[in-house]
Design a protein around this ligand. Structure first.
Ligand code: NAD
Length: 427
């Protein structure tokens, strides 16, 4: 018999630039921690990925088809958990890369979940409310075999919200014949959502900032803070840090930023935004661009808008001591190295913005128990979990001289690896 010709390693359909970046991060930490080669290989790809075609009756009577995805990266520790996004750039690679990050994030926080992500490629801003609802419901029915409170629990992500979760919950419940609130998190409180969920990510970011300040032994009474992005995450972070006595010297939104080195009056700014819809023009502040904001002198810089904001082009110019990543992936790998070399502490995204998934976990637990907690109890438990994760990451980073990002990843990856090793390989 002729010898089998060696062929190039097959590539997976998900191997887009976005996915490969997530994979490279795993490869880097796998090498550093001498991860078992076979376990490493198993973790480099999603466990399962579903692509669905979603036909929707549009308001004008025509039928339009959309492409939807749901990916489970790993389910070793429990059901898969991750958001659903509606965006024109959604593709298998993006969803697969984000699912992988969810695996590490949940494991780092000690939550009994694996990582998932889903999405529909669409322009949500061009859909009417009715089209959005029909799209959501049909997508739910197409992925219904994958989701469930013990299998995979979706949550909101870009351009999806608590209304989207209510429709998913309703569609799933009608199909199984009874109400199942715990099939999603991020639902409205009136149908089983949790108190404190909306503010959870910002609360976690603010908490991480305070822990990082304490870790560095900063003794200033009012550390200064600049925040890029003033949406859900940025505004809650600003409000809570302001309440804690920090001086918020600059904030921004998509239109641009504002600066006052003596500190912005955050309660007044929040009232101003609810009226004007943007931060620009707020009394007692001067205008700064989003780019300039990142380079302002401050103790804590919080990117809370988009990915890829701190790059090799501006990392050398940052004048902060701490970066707390509210956004997903705001720092490029090259910039991460520069910040490390400059001694700037980074609280990485999988730790800093994990407050959302942590309170999602509380929502799921409360739904399964049919027993609901007060907002105070939710916030207290959130701080307990965030505090434990911060301590573990800061301690490992100091002890092993690892970048904080790698320390966080290492904790997450090693928990999954240990669970996989103990469970063994079937059959
Ligand atoms: P959001 O839509 O509520 O707010 C986004 C903010 O960023 C807005 O103020 C917007 O004006 C601003 N923005 C948009 N484009 C910008 C640009 N080009 N330059 C500067 N600012 C710009 O979103 P959010 O929920 O606050 O999420 C912010 C980030 O946090 C995202 O990266 C998201 O993935 C991440 N995140 C959010 C959560 C959550 O629970 N909301 C959880 C984890 C991670």
């Amino acid at each position: 018999m002729a010898a089998v010709k060696s062929v190039a390693k097959p590539t997976m359909e998900c191997e887009t630039e976005h996915f490969l970046a997530a994979q490279r991060q795993l490869d880097e930490i796998a090498e550093e921690m001498c991860l078992d080669r076979e376990l490493h290989e198993r973790l480099r790809y999603p466990k399962r990925a579903l692509i669905v075609t979603v036909p929707v009756r549009m308001d004008d009577g025509s039928v339009k088809t959309f492409t939807g995805y749901r990916v489970h990266h790993d389910v070793t520790l429990g059901p898969a958990k991750g958001g659903i996004r509606f965006h024109p750039e959604v593709n298998l690679g993006e969803v697969s890369g984000l699912a992988m990050l969810m695996t590490w994030k949940c494991a780092l926080m000690g939550l009994p979940y694996g990582g998932a992500k889903g999405g529909i490629r669409c322009e949500p801003w061009n859909l009417s409310a009715g089209e959005n609802e029909r799209l959501t419901r049909r997508y739910t029915s197409e992925i219904i075999n994958l989701i469930g409170p013990d299998k995979d629990i979706p949550a909101p992500d870009m351009y999806t919200n608590e209304q989207t979760m209510a429709w998913i919950m309703d569609t799933y419940s009608i199909n199984v014949g009874h109400t199942v609130p715990s099939v999603v998190t991020g639902k409205p409180v009136s149908i089983g959502g949790s108190f404190g969920r909306t503010e959870a990510t910002g609360r976690g970011v603010a908490y991480c900032a305070r822990r990082a300040v304490a870790h560095l032994g900063m003794t200033k009474e009012s550390p200064t803070v600049a925040i890029q992005g003033f949406g859900n995450v940025g505004s809650v972070t600003a409000k809570l840090l302001h309440q804690a006595g920090y001086k918020i010297v600059a904030v921004s939104d998509v239109h641009g930023g504002i600066h006052n080195p003596n500190g912005l009056d955050i309660p007044r700014l929040l009232a101003y935004i609810s009226e004007m819809g943007k931060v620009e023009g707020f009394a007692g502040s001067s205008a700064v661009s989003n780019k300039e904001l990142l380079e302002l002198p401050c103790d804590v810089l919080i990117p809370a808008a988009l990915g890829g904001q701190i790059t090799d082009a501006n990392a050398k110019k940052l004048q902060c001591q701490i970066v707390v990543e509210g956004a997903n992936g705001p720092t490029t790998p090259e910039a991460d190295m520069i910040l490390h070399e400059r001694g700037i502490m980074v609280v990485p995204d999988i730790l800093a913005n994990a407050g959302g998934v942590t309170v999602s976990y509380f929502e799921w637990v409360q739904g399964m128990m049919h027993l609901f907690w007060s907002e105070e109890e939710v916030n207290q438990r959130l701080e307990q979990i965030m505090g434990r994760a911060c301590d573990q990451v800061f301690e490992l980073s100091t002890k092993s001289k690892l970048r904080t990002r790698l320390a966080a990843l290492r904790i997450g990856v090693s928990r999954i690896a240990e669970a996989k090793r103990l469970r063994g390989l079937y059959p």
